[in-house]
Design a protein around this ligand. Sequence first.
Ligand code: ACM
Ligand code: ZN
Length: 512
Amino acid sequence: MKPLLVLTIILHGIMLHGQTVFPTPTQATVNDGQLVLQRKVSVCTADTAAPGLDILRTKVLGSIPIKWTTRASKAEICWQTDSTMPSEGYRIQINRKQIVVSARDKGGFTYAAQTLRQLAESRDKTLIFGCADIQDAPRMQWRGFMLDSGRQFQQVATIKKYIDMASMLKMNYFHWHLTEGLGWRIEIKRYPRLAQVGGQVGHGAEQQGFYTQQEIREIVEYAARRNVTVVPEIDMPGHAEAAISAYPELGCFGQPIDIPQTGFTHNIFCSGKDEVINFLKNVLDEVCTLFPSPYIHLGGDEAPKGNWEKCAYCQGRIASYGLKDCHDLQLWFSAQMAGHLKKKGRKAIFWGDVVYSDGYPLPDNAVIQWWNYRGHKDLALRNAFKQHCPVICSPNYYTYLNFPVTPWRGYAEDRTFGLAEAYLHNPADKISYDGDNSAMGISCALWTDYGVTEAMIDERLFPRILALAELMWHQGQRTDFATFYRNIQQREEWFIRQGYNFGPALKQEADL
Ligand code: ACM
Ligand code: ZN
């Protein structure tokens, strides 16, 4: 290792033969020389279906055909298992003759392939790799991207595009927000009206539709091949207007309801009727058959209690269980649902609203997702830690990438932020992710309020999502902002070639 080069790497991120890698690897040494691949590439592996090889074939080698071999000495690329590597970590050693990739698990091989994808330089039907030695592993175990398919419906191909993106940025969870007041998007065979009626309640051209169970299975499998676990969210008891319009008996008063085209209402699932509790458990049974994820997200955010205050069933439940109030009733309801998931060996994720105040205890499979920094600062985070609940951090300042860089429709100035805020001032970055009282990781989100249609998603996400990926993945010293931004500008063309357009980055030039 040349000390001067190591110094360069620390100061400027990983600058490998003029290339940067996003997110930044933990350690890299740059060596002289390069490996040139052309015509046919020999790849050594014990298993041609091993993880990461699909990405190597389609995203790195492209049109260059592969000759498979099991003899490492003859191969230009070696895919080898090394049980001493950290979980999801990998090593890539490139010399003038060979690339050796070592990892111990699916994540490690997947992310090695994703890094090779960024290192490869394509020139006249050849692929060139600068000689280097890279060792890399994630800072956090939970690295998430959430997409709101409730308020807007996206095509299956679009869902896959953003799963690809998550894997490319070394994120391992795709949190799929599948139910909203404006749309129920998941086919439930036992209750077909949920999707058939609840999938059509929005008024916009891109607000109609749902995913069939066959499509969902295909998406879950597609994601798994890219080391992405799909975590479905069935939001309850609030954000339920689409479901209640399909089955009015799910509401407190059994009446047809209006669908809000923005925001949310008091029309939430009734917590007093046993039939509603059973209905939702039956929904979760089907959800669990579709999604093998250890985590199922049960929502729990923004559930106004006006109807529960007036509902004889809900008030009856409060009285018979000796609950304090309607918040306590939400805790009781959440505990029933989490308990149901616990019996199936799953964990239940809840938005932080459920821990704003104490009450009926949640079972020990509950996970809290801290989100409302603008409204309550770190209240949910503190209370979750107090209750020894695992925490996922997604404070709306600054992980909600639907907040634009400059005001747009319902997003006034106070709900905007730029790349510098996401990178330098993120409350999610001030938390410990290692050791006692640490959080599981960070999620970022793309909500689709106010009509964020498919064509707008890229420009909301890029380039700011690169800052979020950096916080989630990179351990150790971080590059200064000006250099980070310059590296992004150098990489922009590459991301565009991968199919992701860029929107604005900075709120103002002064950020630099
Ligand atoms: C949320 O942003 N309502 C979780
Ligand atoms: Zn009720």
